[in-house]
Design a protein around this ligand. Structure first.
Ligand SMILES: Nc1ncnc2c1ncn2[C@@H]1O[C@H](COP(=O)(O)OP(=O)(O)O)[C@@H](O)[C@H]1O
Ligand SMILES: [Mg+2]
Length: 419
């Protein structure tokens, strides 16, 4: 039993994973590590059917290990059928013990199927945590086709699904307040410890409403959470959801939430949540009202603790929301216009990859009332102005000019909207 023999850990991992997956009906394809899942799944349905059978050819394909024969021969608890390279553990327990005695903690903790088995004897191993860390499903769309059949197409128009690698906003590129950081950390812990929260009966958790003026980073933050938490992000196009397919709206809403539950753990993001209020006040027919009520009910029924769905909604107009909408959220997180210190840090952040000799503090003093988005626009103008002169380097003068331009435009806009 030579643990140093390269490849032994991988082969045992695969054999144990197959045995456990085959015998525990509760485990699904998404519990399998991506490499193994991609190898065994049906490309059409995304399903990994049981029993999973392991051959030396599978070992070579999944891990690139050649000469599996020699490795297998050194491990007495692996049986092998010479004719077709089929290998299996006999007995299972010897293989399981062997792996437990290797330096295998990381391997087990990043494979939910193994974690499911080992957590019974090892309190430092947690299936929930392994599952939570799962890399995103690459075949989400195929699965949606499978789950929703003919309705999949219309459903996909109502949501945008992003896996962490595809999300462009990054949390560490946003300048956030301490309170915002703290709430994000809490949401992360709630996801991580949702089994515990379930055990102690704390269900009212995991629905966050982001409120604040336009351009303060709500949408970017919500999207960045997907990447930060390493979870798929399901972003709902609310105006489409409610108005476009009016006849089938209720069904669409139910489908969107069902989808999120099936994808859990994931983040369900509803931007411009105030749309709910606008439709409610408008003088339209009852269908809109019913749609909104369906939505609020769906919000009520989705749960972080039970379904692994972290619900994040955002609005620029919190004053439009009535009590019925507010009370659905257990956390309201304010995004305010940045103060001088934050403005300075936002400017520094936006400028960090540019060749700029700029006094960000001085600019921050001049830009009271500007949002993060306004500051980005100012910098963009400065860059474009410099490019007009074929310059890539920008300096304080460029930025001061851009601020003046921006201010003029704001003033014009205000004057126009008053008359
Ligand atoms: N606090 C901030 N730190 C860094 N960038 C910000 C901040 N607030 C806003 N921005 C930038 O402004 C732009 C618009 O932000 P967005 O998230 O759409 O705001 P909101 O959804 O609140 O209207 C984004 O490019 C974002 O990066
Ligand atoms: Mg927004």
């Amino acid at each position: 039993m030579d643990a140093d023999k390269p490849g032994a850990m991988e082969i045992i991992e695969l054999l144990l994973t197959a045995d456990i997956y085959n015998s525990v009906a509760d485990l699904g394809a998404n519990d399998l590590p991506q490499k193994i899942r991609d190898h065994y799944r049906d490309p059409e349905t995304g399903i990994v059917s049981r029993p999973m059978r392991v051959t030396l050819a599978d070992v070579e394909k999944i891990y690139g290990i050649e000469g599996g024969h020699a490795i297998v021969r050194m491990l007495p608890f692996i049986e092998q059928e010479e004719s077709d390279g089929h290998i299996w553990l006999a007995p299972f327990d010897s293989g399981a013990q062997w792996l437990a005695h290797q330096d295998s903690y990381d391997l087990i903790q990043s494979n939910p199927v193994l974690a499911f088995h080992y957590q019974k004897d090892d309190p430092t191993i947690s299936y929930a945590e392994a599952r939570w860390k799962r890399p995103p499903v690459s075949e989400i769309e195929a699965r949606i086709e499978k789950m929703f059949g003919e309705e999949a197409d219309s459903l996909m128009k109502l949501v945008t699904i992003k896996v962490p690698g595809e999300v462009r906003s990054r949390l560490d590129e946003l300048v956030l307040t301490d309170e915002q950081h703290e709430e994000i950390a809490k949401a992360q812990k709630a996801l991580e410890y949702r089994d515990y929260l379930k055990d102690i009966g704390l269900f009212e958790i995991g629905k966050i409403l982001l409120v604040g003026p336009p351009g303060t980073g709500k949408t970017s933050s919500a999207r960045a959470l997907g990447r930060w938490f390493d979870l798929p992000l399901v972003e709902v196009n609310l105006s489409m959801l409610i108005s476009k397919y009016l006849g089938e709206t209720s069904k669409n809403i139910d489908n969107v939430f069902m989808l999120a539950k099936k994808l859990g753990p994931c983040i369900l993001f509803i931007d411009e949540f105030d749309f709910v209020a606008k439709t409610r006040d408008s003088d339209d027919h009852g269908a809109m009202k019913r749609a909104v009520n369906t939505l609020l009910k769906a919000v009520d029924e989705v749960s972080l603790v039970e379904d692994g769905v972290l619900l994040v909604a955002a609005t620029n107009y919190p004053q439009l929301l009535d009590h019925a909408a507010w009370r659905r959220f257990d956390k309201v997180l304010s995004f305010t216009l940045p103060d001088e210190d934050m403005r300075s840090r936002i400017l520094a952040m936006v400028l960090r990859r540019m060749d700029a000799s700029v006094d960000a503090d001085a600019l921050a003093r001049l830009t009271a009332g500007y949002s993060g988005s306004d500051l980005r626009l100012v910098v963009r103008e400065a860059v474009l102005n410099a490019l007009l002169e074929d310059r890539k380097k920008i300096d304080q003068k460029d930025l001061l000019r851009a601020v003046a331009q921006f201010q003029r435009r704001m003033d014009d806009h205000r004057a126009n909207s008053i008359t």
